[in-house]
Design a protein around this ligand. Structure first.
Ligand code: SF4
Length: 239
């Protein structure tokens, strides 16, 4: 399979993406609580709310939950479930997400309270969180990368599509395969930043339908478009 790795390094690709795309923390559900509240459980809530919806809906639901209930485990456990569901309704699948948020709050209190998320070894945090119904590998990967700086590439639908178009993984590759292919391509780089830049690329150029390959900053090195969109234009990421 022809791959972007044959034409450019991960560092060069990141450089090209940084030059062309704007990454604002206000557009990323996981970063809002980190910047505004600084609490790991609040970050986890926002990541749960962003499952299967866009960040805009997740952020709106997070703010509503914060004002109606609060975003500490104790707040969640003392609120009636219906109030939590009502607060997060706009994020979709709100019953399942309310269950995951309550389940996470219980598991975290059992592990010693919110502080445990910051002090336990990351693999222990992973074990606790992955034991909660409604919390899967991707949610924990984003959480550990954002709050603990763990070197892991969280794969969302944008990253999955782009990894396939870049020739790094087959179209239906498992989460683990795509995550490890992207982590290996971007080895030595900030994987959280790479994750966010791929989301920005997927939103602006590498869309699911009709990707804008002709204007894309990676058009010279991406193997996906046929030769036609790699015609003229400056080489922005080769090397
Ligand atoms: S050239 Fe096309 S397929 Fe490749 S990253 Fe850009 S938009 Fe996506």
């Amino acid at each position: 399979m022809e791959s972007i790795a044959d034409r450019a390094t991960g560092a060069k690709v990141l450089e090209a993406l940084r030059r062309s795309l704007r990454v604002d923390w206000r557009d990323y559900a996981a970063l809002i609580p980190l910047k505004e509240d600084g609490s790991p459980f609040a970050v986890l809530i926002a990541i749960i709310l962003s499952q299967n919806t866009n960040d805009k809906n997740a952020i709106a639901a997070y703010r509503r939950l914060r004002s109606m209930v609060g975003v500490r485990p104790e707040d969640v456990l003392s609120a009636p479930r219906e109030v939590i569901e009502e607060a997060i309704r706009t994020s979709g699948m709100y019953r399942q997400k309310a269950g995951a948020i309550i389940g996470a709050a219980k598991a975290i209190m059992k592990a010693g309270g919110e502080e445990a998320l910051e002090t336990l070894p990351p693999e222990e945090v992973r074990r606790i969180l992955e034991g909660v119904r409604g919390i899967g590998r991707k949610t924990v990967d984003v959480f550990l990368n954002v709050t603990r700086g763990v070197d892991v590439f969280a794969v969302d639908t944008h990253a999955q599509r782009i990894a396939w178009r870049w020739g790094l993984a087959p179209r239906n590759a498992s989460y683990e395969k795509v995550s490890s292919a992207l982590a290996s391509f971007f080895r030595g780089q900030d994987l959280g930043e790479a994750h966010r830049l791929l989301i920005a690329l997927g939103r602006s150029y590498c869309t699911a339908r009709r990707p804008r390959c002709r204007e894309c900053p990676l058009r010279e090195v991406c193997p996906y478009p046929s030769g036609e969109s790699r015609s003229a234009g400056q080489v922005e990421a080769r090397g």
